[in-house]
Write a protein that binds this ligand. Structure first.
Ligand code: LLP
Length: 426
């Protein structure tokens, strides 16, 4: 019986050493994705920067990979910023996002010398200017605007208004002008340009090209109308990956190339200029590189289903329960066997919705002790994991060329109790 290998290592061996549930990253695949983005995203007309969106999967080891690849880092919280700092990330390459950054987080960004804050609203602009003055620290800002496009996997809908909690609607030009004025009057805060992000798991280019077109026209118009100079433009992340056979994403390198060229063309058509174009891929860097390994436990038949239970579930991957996300899987210890039975892969969390794969075509011989692998599990699984039912977060391993290293150890019962206390406070 053939067993799946990841990074040149037999899954059985990985499970023996590390236990399950286990998240294994094919480290070479992460490197390839960073390289593809960097190589594809180039222009002779403007500088380009690939910024890894930490929310997809964050730990010191992946931040280290981003650093080695020359990528910047998009963080959205003090926690991600702290982790980046501990990983030795160049603070100048950090882009701090979020619609409701706290005063502590803004101060922390200033004190650590974070390169850029992506401002989300007017109150934040005022707060940042005030704090930067208090701290006497300089910082760049981009302003997140909402181009009025909601992109979905296979379609995009143009929305004239915007009810998004993020950013300012691109139609609110006066508000944008006022906000930029607040920032440019500060001697510590430097306005660099605009940011937009249209969605996630987008597998076609149209939505991005449309957003680019809207943003470039906007930059030109706002310069003519108000004299606002935008040097940088970030078009966010959201590049789709392959979860199941029906997903047909454009490879990241190609997508990056298409966007850089589209930007060149649109700048020319609109006689506009930019100094730097940025993208923020998260999922497309780490998603397909991640393999979730589970041990099969009990199985049972109902009138309509054949359940196969595994030793993890929604506590380590909430995406199927939360978004009806679909994944493909295999019995890693029975590769090559005929897939002659439809199984329902359920987790062990105490909730009926804890189903990882609704209908998985797998060998009928699948049995207790086998390993189940879920593919493309590297993005928004671990980062959205919880301790529901006091399940410990899985161990995470990076595998490459027949060697493996543990980058996050398994969360133990003691780890979970470390927050428990009993102290009188008021
Ligand atoms: N930049 C901004 C401003 C974002 O809001 C996001 C994702 C990204 C970049 C990275 O997007 P990516 O390349 O990873 O698609 N939890 C959801 C995804 C939420 C994405 C939120 N923003 C999921 O599991 O599908």
């Amino acid at each position: 019986m053939a067993t799946l290998e990841i990074g040149g290592i037999d899954c059985r061996r990985l499970a023996e050493v590390s236990g399950t549930p286990l998240l294994v990253y094919d480290e070479a695949k992460i490197e390839e994705q960073f390289a593809a983005a960097r190589e594809g995203f180039q222009s002779e007309q403007f500088e380009t920067e690939v910024v890894y969106a930490a929310k997809a999967f964050s730990c010191k080891a992946i931040f280290e990979k981003a650093r080695q690849a020359g990528a910047g880092l998009d963080v959205v919280s003090g926690g991600e910023l702290y982790c980046a700092r501990q990983a030795g990330v160049d603070m100048k390459k950090i882009y701090f996002h979020g619609n409701n950054k706290s005063e502590d987080e803004l101060r922390m960004a200033l004190e650590l010398g974070c390169g850029t804050i992506v401002l989300d609203n007017r109150m934040e602009a005022e707060r940042l200017v005030q704090l930067a003055e208090e701290e006497a620290k300089g910082i760049n800002v981009l302003l997140r605007v909402n181009p009025g496009i909601e992109a979905h996997t296979h379609e995009y809908i143009q929305t004239s208004g915007s009810d998004s909690k993020f950013g300012i609607s691109i139609r609110k030009r006066d508000e944008i002008q006022e906000l930029v004025k607040i920032v440019t009057e500060s001697k510590y805060v430097t306005f660099k340009g605009f940011h937009s992000h249209i969605g996630s798991q987008i597998t076609e280019t149209e939505g991005f090209e449309k957003a680019l077109e809207i943003m470039i026209r906007f930059i030109k118009e706002i310069k003519e109308a108000y004299g606002i100079q935008s040097d940088w433009l970030s078009i966010g992340g959201g590049f789709g990956i392959k979860y199941t056979a029906s997903d047909k994403p454009i490879p990241l390198g190609e997508m990056a190339q298409i966007l850089a060229s589209a930007c060149e063309r649109l700048l020319e058509e609109n006689s506009a200029e930019l100094k730097k174009l940025l993208i923020e891929p998260g999922r497309s860097i780490v998603g397909e590189a991640g393999y979730a390994l589970y041990t099969v436990g009990f199985s049972k038949d109902t009138d309509t289903k054949h359940f196969l239970f595994v030793d993890g579930g929604m506590s380590d991957n909430i995406r199927p329960a939360l978004y009806q996300a679909e994944y493909s899987c295999d019995i890693a210890t029975r590769m090559g066997e005929p897939k002659d039975k439809t199984w329902c892969i359920a987790g062990k969390n105490c909730e009926s919705g804890d189903i990882l794969v609704r209908e998985a075509q797998l060998p009928k011989t699948a049995a207790e002790g086998d390993l189940l692998v879920i593919y493309s599990a590297g993005a928004y699984g671990y980062s959205m994991a919880s301790n529901y039912n006091r399940a410990g977060r899985p161990e995470v391993v990076f595998a490459k060329g027949g060697k493996a290293r543990r980058v996050l150890r398994r969360e133990t019962y003691e780890d979970q109790l470390r927050l428990e206390t009993d102290e009188s406070i008021i």
